[in-house]
Write a protein that binds this ligand. Sequence first.
Ligand SMILES: *[C@@H]1O[C@H](CO)[C@@H](O)[C@H](O)[C@H]1NC(C)=O
Ligand SMILES: *[C@@H]1O[C@H](CO)[C@@H](O)[C@H](O)[C@H]1NC(C)=O
Ligand SMILES: *[C@@H]1O[C@H](CO)[C@@H](O)[C@H](O)[C@H]1NC(C)=O
Ligand SMILES: *[C@@H]1O[C@H](CO)[C@@H](O)[C@H](O)[C@H]1NC(C)=O
Length: 323
Amino acid sequence: MVKKLKFSSCGHMRSDLVKDLNFGKMKHCHTWVFHSFNGVLVIGPLLLLFLVAIGSGYFYNTYSFPEPIVHENENRTSNLSGKCNFFDGNWMPDESYPLYNASECPFAEQGFSCLANGREDKEYLKWRWKPRNCEIPRFDVHEILEKLRGKRIVFVGDSLSRTQWESMICILMTGVEDKKSVYEVKGRKITRQIRHLQVRFSSFNFTVEFYRSIFLVQPGAPPKRSPKRIKKALMLDKMDDISKEWIQSDILIFNTGHWWTPTKLFELGWYFQIDGKMKLGMTINGAFKQALATWKSWVEKKVNTDRTRVFFRTFEATHWRCA
Ligand SMILES: *[C@@H]1O[C@H](CO)[C@@H](O)[C@H](O)[C@H]1NC(C)=O
Ligand SMILES: *[C@@H]1O[C@H](CO)[C@@H](O)[C@H](O)[C@H]1NC(C)=O
Ligand SMILES: *[C@@H]1O[C@H](CO)[C@@H](O)[C@H](O)[C@H]1NC(C)=O
Ligand SMILES: *[C@@H]1O[C@H](CO)[C@@H](O)[C@H](O)[C@H]1NC(C)=O
C-alpha cells in the first residue's frame, strides 16, 4: 500500500489519441516501484473497462525517455471520453479482484503467471483502476462479450502488448461457457518471437489478435559498405511491413518503448536509418520520437478513425526477474 502512493507520484497515465502525441519533460521513477508493480502489470493489465487501453508512463531509472504530455491541457484530455478522462487516475486496492485466474486460462503464458510460478502473496492481484473524476462500472464480461460481437481487436507491439492481449482473452473467457469455442485460428502456440496470433471467440464472432512489432517501424539490412558494427538498420520513416494487416480493425492498441535502449539497439548492432541513409549519431530519444511521428502520420493516413479506435500504450514496469 505504501508503495502504491509512491507509484502514483511517478506513474503517468497516458493513452491514445494520436493528436495528443507530444513530448514533454523527462521523468524518472525509482526501481523499487517497478518491483512492486510487476505482478499487476503482467497479470492484470486489462482489469478495467475493456475499451480503455490504459497508458502508463513508467520509466526505467537508467534511461530517460520522452514523456508524453497528458496534464498540460486538461480540458482537451478531459473531453476525450465525454465527461471523464479515464486516463487520469490511480490504482486502488479492490478486494473483489482479480477478475480471472491465470492458472485456469490456456492463453496465459506460463512465464508471466506469478501464481503458477509459486508467488504466494496475492495482494498484487487486487488493483482496480480508478479515474480521478469518475467511476468506471465494474467489468461486466457478458455485456462486453455482446458488445464485441462481429469485431476485430488488434494489439500491436512488444511483449507488453502480448501480455495485455493474453489478459484480455483470459478476462473475456471468464464469460464463455464452452472454453473450446475460444481458439487460436491456426493452432499456433504463444512464443516470444511469433509475429501474429489470432484468437477467435467463435460463439461471439470476434477475434482478438496480436502482432509482434517491437519498434512499429521497419527493420532492414544496412546499406552496402556500412561499417562492420552495423548489423541492422531501423528505418524510422517506414512503418513495419505487416502494418497493412492492422488497418481493418475496430480497436487497435499499440505499444513500443521497451526495446528503445542502448543494450537492445546499439550493442546488438542496430542503428537508425532515415530516407535510406544511416544516422549513426542519432540518439535513441530522437529516433524514438521520429518513429512515433511516422506511426502518427500512418494512423492519420491509413486508419479509418470513424471505424477504428486507436490507442497508444507507453511503458510498463520491467518484467524481468530481479530487474
Ligand atoms: C480549461 O477550461 C477552463 C474553463 O473553460 C479554463 O478556465 C481553463 O483555463 C482551461 N485550462 C486549460 C489548461 O486550458
Ligand atoms: C468539451 O466538450 C464539450 C462537448 O463537445 C464542449 O461543449 C466543451 O466546450 C468542451 N470543453 C472544453 C473545456 O473544451
Ligand atoms: C486458480 O486456479 C487454480 C487451478 O484451478 C487453483 O488451484 C487456484 O486455487 C486458483 N487460484 C485462485 C486465487 O483462485
Ligand atoms: C461475423 O462478423 C463479421 C464481421 O463483422 C460479419 O461480416 C459476419 O456477418 C458475422 N457473422 C455472423 C454469423 O454473425
